[in-house]
Design a protein around this ligand. Structure first.
Ligand code: NBG
Length: 777
């Protein structure tokens, strides 16, 4: 049946509606289901090909309907259909995006799936089908509040439940069903369709009739409820032992279920001869969350199929590879041995076997006694997951060049000395389908007009724009597109936040998770410094600017929440000051997510990437901004380094201490001295305590103040060097502002960022994984 007919007949059958009287949700389900029918014949695994499996606790896919239709080449058909019936094609923007991820790590996983399918690489994702995704954020009196994200309320037309493929997962105290829901991952053009398999936990005994009959109603459904907790929320709060227990259960739940389903496939083909396993499957561990897969595969091979340790361990090592996404200590997961044993008693012995094997290997390398401490997987009553992930796999990679170097030189240096060949770098990337073709259609059309549409699957072709950088008509068009996207953003923000922004201002944007190391607070201080400078005449000829923030803070991260409140207070002061009219505006948007990013990024002139050098593993929004023609105002950190290497330092704004300079400053760093000696620093920092702003008597601002000047029992004062980089940052920010006034030369910089963004396609990244780690190229 024709696609359009399929939509209408679905509406009629399911809802008894015509397109005109269907609700947006009904239309969304009808269009999505029609597309699912359309793709069904191509959704199958190619036999005889090695497959790669991406194990990840997060897949931040964002809104699927437009991207899936685009990839199936049905988007225009669908838009025509809607228009014919008098419906705005933007109608699906009312369908919120599902957020089964937190930030960069989850969004990267989604970009990888898109790129692999587009380039016909057999890569499937495996994760958890959370009942509630990342919380939704709103502000009340400037404070962050959280509510549950009930993403299923719109239906879930893009998933297919496969109950016949459920598997049992066993914990020490509980057994649950893992039921798979498969989503098609559609490559551009629709030729290759891979699968994202997400597991839902269900009770084995859903309902105890006997107990119910005895009026013990709660007990009758206890088992069901306890099973459902496992896939209830993404990253449940883990500040209590129960919370930690639940997280470990989640990790084992999807690791074990995914391995069981892969093994089922394999055994169906080869029986119990496992000699081909690692030639047919590669498994990538996305951070340490799925690392318990390592002893689990060993357990299955040895315990269920009776392979000897050496043979099983070789298969494990050849199959798994590990990606490290951060050097923040809290993310290198460790589990208390007692907790581990009580949750996973049948897995723990295999952890010990791996550890014993490691110790034998260390001994044979002459590493003995106390020198083994820093390697041991089980050490001081903890199971060290990152250590296991490095030892029991054949590849460990970082996500940007500097990040991998830091892993090799510092964080994981002892491992690098032992296994230098295992370490490799895979600089992150982003999919240009979502982050240009879909989110910035005017720019996409403009590029296609100039160089054809090959860039959609081969981003390096953007290079061909370079010769146009000196053509002022081309630059004028480029500028016009930015202006159009700013107007669109202003309309959207007016609707979402009730705030009217000035579309002809500079748009300066910092969007990412709220974390001290990302230094939103530094940005805030600098805005205040400019504000004070404008008031007292120190800052002159300032080009009017909108400062935009978007970020969620982890619900238990007190300081991050204090920073949000502080920025909201600054916004209130500045936006309410009549003298600032026509000069600056500050806004922290609520509930920043993938869909919001798709609006903000195309409208940005300046991309704020200001983390302390050495802390941001890569960053990926930096690449999205670059692709959409913004200049980077940033430090030499993460992928910023590779971005300016490509686009030219002269077309970006780099400032601040380098990794090496911070290293050298470390021991003698004295933020209080900087504060006392520099009145500009003192003035902005003092706003935390001098009554300029109110934190609603929570003490949050004083706590931030102390964190900068006094430190706390777990860290030194100003551990992320805000005050060290403050003046250079302000200077560079004013320089961008001055440069912007020369509209043509500034647009040229923006244009050259776009033209040089080719390297940052996740197509490039995924091909590197495919060729260099998975061998599926
Ligand atoms: C994040 C890093 C980012 C990086 C993404 C994707 C985690 C643990 N790490 O810098 O902070 O871009 O991973 O690699 O979420």
């Amino acid at each position: 049946m024709k696609f359009e007919k399929e939509i209408s007949s679905f509406l009629e059958l399911e809802y008894g509606k015509t397109p005109q009287d269907a609700t947006p949700t009904q239309l969304y389900n009808a269009v999505s289901k029609a597309a699912m029918r359309f793709l069904a014949p191509s959704w199958h695994k190619q036999p005889g090909k090695k497959r790669a499996c991406y194990f990840s606790a997060e897949f931040l896919v964002g809104r699927l309907v437009y991207s899936n239709l685009m990839n199936l080449r049905l988007l225009e058909k669908c838009e025509d259909y809607l228009k014919q019936h008098g419906i705005d094609p933007a109608v699906f923007e009312q369908i919120e995006d599902d957020a089964l991820g937190n930030g960069g790590l989850g969004r990267l996983a989604a970009c990888f799936l898109d790129s692999a399918a587009t380039h016909n690489l057999p890569l499937d994702g495996y994760g958890i089908r959370y009942r509630y995704g990342l919380f939704k954020q709103y502000f009340k009196d400037g404070f962050q509040k959280e509510t549950a994200d009930d993403w299923l309320r719109f239906g879930d037309p893009w998933s297919v439940c496969r109950p016949q493929e459920k598997v049992m997962v066993e914990f020490g105290d509980q057994k649950v069903w893992a039921v798979p829901y498969d989503m098609p991952v559609i490559g551009f053009g629709g030729k290759t369709i891979n699968t994202l398999r997400l597991w839902e936990a269900q009770g084995v005994n859903e309902f105890d009739f006997d107990l119910f009959n005895k009026q013990q109603y709660e007990l009758a459904v206890k088992e069901r409820d306890e099973a459902e907790w496992i896939s209830a929320v993404l990253y449940p709060n883990d500040d209590t032992p129960q919370g930690k227990r639940l997280r470990l259960k989640q990790q084992y739940f999807f690791s074990s279920a995914s391995l069981q389903s892969i093994l089922r496939e394999y055994v169906a083909r080869h029986g119990e001869d496992f000699s081909f396993f690692s030639q047919e499957y590669a498994i990538q561990l996305n951070d340490t969350h799925p690392t318990v897969s390592i002893p689990e595969l060993l357990r299955i091979l040895m315990g269920e199929y009776h392979l000897p340790f050496d043979q099983a361990f070789t298969i494990v090592k050849d199959t798994f590879a590990y990606t490290n996404h951060t050097i923040m200590a809290e993310a290198l997961e460790k589990w208390d041995v007692n907790l581990f044993v009580s949750v996973l008693p049948s897995v723990y012995p295999y952890v010990v076997m791996i550890d014993d094997s490691l110790k034998r290997e260390l001994r044979s390398c002459g590493i003995l006694g106390g020198d083994q401490e820093k390697y041991k997987i089980v050490c001081t009553n903890m199971v060290h997951m990152a250590r296991m992930a490095i030892y029991a796999t054949h590849s460990t990679n970082g996500v940007a060049r500097i990040h991998t170097e830091i892993l090799k030189d510092r964080v994981l240096h002892e491992w690098f000395s032992l296994y230098p060949d295992r370490f490799n770098n895979k600089t992150n990337g982003i999919t240009q389908r979502r982050w240009l073709a879909l989110c910035n259609r005017p720019l996409a059309d403009f590029i296609t007009q100039k160089i054809g549409d090959g860039w959609i699957t081969d981003l390096d072709q953007l290079e061909r724009l370079r010769p146009l950088a000196d053509d002022s008509t081309v630059l004028a068009q480029f500028m016009e597109i930015k202006a159009e996207k700013k107007k669109e953003l202003c309309a959207y923000i007016k609707e979402q936040e009730g705030v009217q922004l000035c579309a002809d201002f500079i748009f300066d944007v910092q969007i990412k998770r709220l974390h001290e190391y990302k230094r939103q607070l530094l940005n805030a201080f600098c805005i205040l410094d400019i504000y004070f400078g404008l008031k007292d005449g120190r800052v002159k000829d300032f080009y009017p600017t909108v400062f935009l923030f978007g970020a969620k803070a982890a619900p238990g991260y007190y300081r991050a929440k204090g920073i949000i409140k502080f920025i909201n207070e600054i916004a209130r002061l500045i936006n309410g000051d009549p003298k600032m009219k026509g000069k600056m505006q500050v806004l922290f948007v609520q509930n920043y997510n993938v869909s919001y990013a798709q609006k903000l990024i195309p409208a940005a002139d300046i991309s704020e990437q200001i983390s302390t050098a050495g802390t941001e593993a890569s960053g990926t929004s930096n690449m999205k901004f670059m692709l959409n023609g913004a200049v980077t105002l940033g430090t030499l950190d993460g992928a910023n380094i590779e971005i300016v290497e490509r686009a030219g330092e002269e077309n970006n704004y780099i400032f601040g201490a380098t990794v090496q300079e911070i290293e050298e400053a470390r021991d003698s760093y004295h933020p209080k001295k900087l504060y006392e000696e520099n009145p500009r620093i003192k003035r902005v920092v003092d706003t935390l305590i001098d009554g300029t702003f109110s934190d609603g008597k929570t003490g949050m601002f004083k706590e931030l103040y102390d964190s900068l000047l006094e430190g706390a029992d777990w860290h030194k004062a100003d551990q992320y060097y805000l005050l060290l980089d403050f003046i250079p940052y302000c200077e560079q920010r004013l320089k961008v502002n001055r440069d912007y006034a020369d509209r043509l030369s500034f647009t040229r910089k923006c244009f050259l960022n776009t033209a040089n963004a080719g390297k940052f396609s996740s197509d490039r990244t995924i091909m590197e994984y495919a060729n260099e780690i998975w061998d599926i190229g």
